[in-house]
Design a protein around this ligand. Structure first.
Ligand code: NAD
Length: 496
């Protein structure tokens, strides 16, 4: 596609400008060509964005809730009108297939749809006569200025996990997308401005670590929503919390898919393949370890190998493409090193993606390891690429032992025909998003995106009721009214 943005711009107080920092290249991962550039924002730009957000916040908080919701109705209509353009932009800068990108845009719009219900979502509560002559009510207020820091892998959807709910709750926002995929964020923010977001209510800055540090240190930022790798999530959580900010920091993952020996392999194999190799394995919900239970193992591995080796690599706009590139050339090298490491550690390399490197673009073929054990990096570490490890287990208890030994706890799935096995899994798996015969257990926007362990640092997750609670502060008002005149007329009390 033709990219209209030569240099991705920042948005500060209603004006799109070019950031004052270094200018970085934005690549098309399918070709390695430069698509556009992004001018990083300086600490001064970040300060201006926060100051603008803080200045705009009181008036935005005074805007009636149904009017804030109206902004979301208009925004949703614009996103729907531009859905295909947005999906193509995701393909261009992220490399995923068009089908995956369309799905991403759709999941983002779902959160905007949720935010359209702001008057219901923001309802408080009240009770008459909580004590004699006393009433009590709970009311939600905005937190203030929210900073949103996003990863490259869902450049359109992840900002939409944050923005719509934060804005309808009366907060103003400073968004910082990944420098590797800034174009999607620029376009979705342009549409939000077109929908009528007032100046300063939404601001956009670019760059990598420096603007993040500036946001974390800024006294004008009240809350931080972060999505990215676990090590950065931990850092963001600790740093922002140390200055009294509210934080939700979503981190990395190593999701286990347990395949019981009674599973229907004709359904299970495509689900596992989609989970492990969809988005080239660059999903925080990607299945990256299969635990094959009992006699299922050999047949499962054979079928996985056949299906994975049949995946067609290609550019996202090619309708036959099933496996896109990873985000950067350096990732191909790192993933190739991880494959070499797995082999060296003694895992059986059943399918070697290094055989399908290409001269053009950042492609790596689907890779499958068998007989992986917990000492190996390919079991332990998030690789974030098209590499799937199979661990063997004798029974469900042993399989759950592997799953629960991971330091991550984002998602996990079981494939089985047994209700009893599924129930044990639901109760004992130490992960926050579970699938039963589902490969990618992604909650819809009405539910929280609730990783556990090192997949999440904080208390309130993104989206759903948690999202609203994160972006609001509650007040409880206890009221007693003295009405001496009325009391004088009713010596035995009123209203009973
Ligand atoms: P990343 O951690 O490298 O970057 C995330 C954001 O942090 C970016 O905006 C980046 O500019 C910034 N950043 C990077 N290094 C930093 C540092 N040292 N200090 C301050 N800021 C820094 O993540 P990524 O590679 O863009 O995204 C992939 C990761 O995100 C994977 O680990 C994936 O599992 C995770 N992810 C998690 C979820 C979830 O819901 N848990 C969702 C999507 C992605």
């Amino acid at each position: 596609m033709t990219i209209s943005q030569n240099v991705a711009r920042q948005l500060i107080d209603g004006s799109f400008t070019t950031g004052g920092g270094l200018v970085d290249e934005v690549f098309d991962p399918a070709t390695g060509e430069v698509l556009a550039h992004v001018a990083h924002s300086t600490a001064r730009d970040v300060d201006a964005a926060v100051v603008a957000a803080a200045a705009a916040q009181p008036a935005w908080a005074e805007t009636p809730v149904p009017e804030r919701a109206e902004l979301m109705f208009r925004y949703k209509a614009l996103l729907e009108d531009h859905a295909e353009e947005l999906a193509l932009l995701v393909v261009a800068e992220n490399g995923k297939t068009l089908g995956e990108a369309r799905g991403e845009v759709r999941r983002g719009i779902e959160v905007v749809a949720l935010a359209c219900g702001a008057p219901t979502l923001l309802l408080g509560g009240a009770i008459d006569q909580i004590a004699r002559g006393i009433d009590e009510e709970m009311v939600r207020f905005p937190v203030g200025v929210v900073a949103g820091i996003c990863p490259f892998n869902f450049p359109m959807m992840v900002p939409l996990w944050m923005l719509p709910l934060a804005l309808v709750a009366g907060n103003t926002f400073v968004l910082k997308p990944s420098p590797r995929t800034p174009l999607s964020a620029v376009r979705e923010i342009e549409l939000l401005v077109e929908a009528g977001a007032p100046s300063g209510v939404i601001n956009l800055v670019h760059g990598d670590r420096e603007p993040v540090e500036a946001l974390l240190a800024h006294p004008g930022v009240d809350a931080v929503s972060f999505v990215g790798s676990a090590s950065v999530a931990r850092h963001v959580y600790a740093t922002a919390a140390s200055t009294g900010k509210r934080v939700q920091a979503l981190g990395g993952a190593k999701n286990h898919l347990i395949v019981m020996d009674d599973a229907d392999l004709s359904q299970t194999v495509p689900a596992v393949i989609g989970s492990a190799f969809g988005n080239a394995g660059q999903r925080c919900l990607a299945g990256s370890v299969v635990v094959a239970v009992g006699s299922a193992g050999d047949r499962l591995v054979n079928e996985l190998r056949d299906a994975a080796s049949a995946l067609r690599q290609g550019r996202g706009t090619d309708p036959t493409a099933q496996l896109g590139p990873v985000i950067r050339a350096q990732r191909v090298t790192e993933l190739a090193d991880a494959i070499a490491g797995g082999e060296k550690a003694g895992a059986d390399l059943v399918l070697d993606g290094r055989e399908r490197l290409r001269d053009e673009g950042y492609f790596l073929g689907a890779t499958l390891f068998d007989h992986v054990t917990e000492e190996m990096s390919v079991w332990r570490d998030e690789l974030f690429g098209p590499i799937l490890s199979v661990v063997r287990a004798d029974n469900l208890d042993e399989a759950l032992g592997h799953l629960n030994a991971s330091r991550y706890g984002n998602a996990a799935s079981i494939f089985t025909r047994s209700g009893a096995a599924a129930r044990t899994f639901k109760r004992q798996a130490e992960a926050g998003m579970l699938g039963v015969n589902v490969g990618v257990a992604a909650p819809m926007s009405f539910f929280p995106f609730c990783g556990w362990k090192e997949s999440f640092f904080g208390d309130l997750h993104a989206t759903g009721a948690d999202g609203i609670r994160f972006y609001t502060r509650t007040k409880v008002v206890t009221s007693r009214w003295f009405d001496t005149e009325l009391d004088a007329d009713a010596p035995e009390g009123r209203g009973h």
